[in-house]
Design a protein around this ligand. Sequence first.
Ligand code: GLA
Length: 371
Amino acid sequence: MAEYKYKVSAAGRINIIGEHVDYCGGKVFPVALSLKNTVYVRPNGTDKINIKWTTLDESVSLDIHKLESYNNLKYGNYQAGSALMWKRAGHKLVGCDMLQDCTVPFGSGLSSSAAIEVSTIAALAAVAGEKIDPVEIALLAQKAEREYTGVNCGIMDQYASACGKKNMCMLLDCKTLNCKYVPFELGDYALVIANTNKPHNLIESKYNERRAECEQALAVLAPKLGVSCLADVKADLFEKYGHLIEGKAYDRAKHVVEECARVESAVRAMENGDIVALGGLLNASHKSLKELYEVTGIELDALAEAAQAYPGCVGSRMTGAGFGGCTISLVKREAVGDFKKVVGEKYYEKIGYRATFYFAEIADGITVTQL
Ligand code: GLA
C-alpha cells in the first residue's frame, strides 16, 4: 500500500447494553471493535473520488460536484453521502483515490456502515490536510446515514466508531454527547460475538417505525411531565402516567424507561467486577427487546436463548438494531470453545443454517497513519 499517503481506520462496534435508547436521549454502553474499515487514500489532483475495494471486484468514480446523485449506487453510496456531508459542513474536499478494506462483516449489526462512513470522512480530512475531530466526524457520518441512506439512526454507532478507545467501554449520554470511559474488564469471563447470519430485509423501515412509536409516546408524556425525551421519564412516573399511551407505543416506551435504568446498573456491575450481575442485566435486556420492543425474531431468540441455557454463560442478548445480526454473550473463559460448539449446534438444529462466531478485541475508534 506504499503508493497511498494515509491509512485511516474506523471501528465496528457492539453495544453492551442500552438498546434502542440512543434516539430517545438515553445512555448507551458500546465498545469499538478491532473489526474495522480501513481506507488507504492519496490525493489525485482531479475532481474525482475514485474508490476500489480489497474485497470486491468493483470500482466507482464520484464527481465531487455531483455527490447528491449517487444514493442509489450499490457500492460507493456510503462514501458519496459521507463526502457530501463533509463538503456541506464547509470543509475542503479534494479529489483522491481510495482503497477500502472492510473487516466488519456486512449486515452483521456490528456497524459496518458507520465504520465506512467515519473512516471515509476521516480519510477525506487527512488527505485535505484538515484537522481530525472525531466527534464532528461522528455527527457528519450520522447525517450521511440519515439524509443520504434514509435510516433515521441515533448517534451511538458513529460515535463508537469514531471515539472508541482500546479496552474501554463508552458510557455515552446521547442527549449531551458527554462520554465517560469505563475500563472493559470481565475478569474470568470473555465476551463472545455470534452472528445469526439471518438474511437482511426491511430493517430500515422497521427501525424507523419503532422511532415513530417512541415519538408518539413522548408526545403523550411530554406535556404531563415536562420532559424533552423518553429517557428522562423515570420508572415511578412511567408507572403513574404510562397508561395514557395507547397501543404498541406503550410497550416501546416501557422498554426505553426500563432499559435506561439497566444501563446504570450495568455500569455499576462492570465497575464492581460483578460479571454475574452484568449477565443478568443482559438477559433482561434481551427479554425486553423480544417482548416489549419486538425487534428480535426467531434467529436472535434461538441464539440468545441457547447461550443463556449454557452453564458457563452468565448472560446473552442481541446487540444493535436487531431483526437479525449479532448476539453478545458473557462466557467463562475456559468454556468458550465448548460454548461455541454447543450453542452453534443448537442454533443449527433450530434454524437450519449456521451461526458465525467472531473474535474481536476492544480497540480504538479512528486511527490515522501516514504511510
Ligand atoms: C442501530 C442504530 C443506532 C441504535 C441501535 C439500537 O444500530 O444505528 O443508532 O439506535 O440501532 O440501539
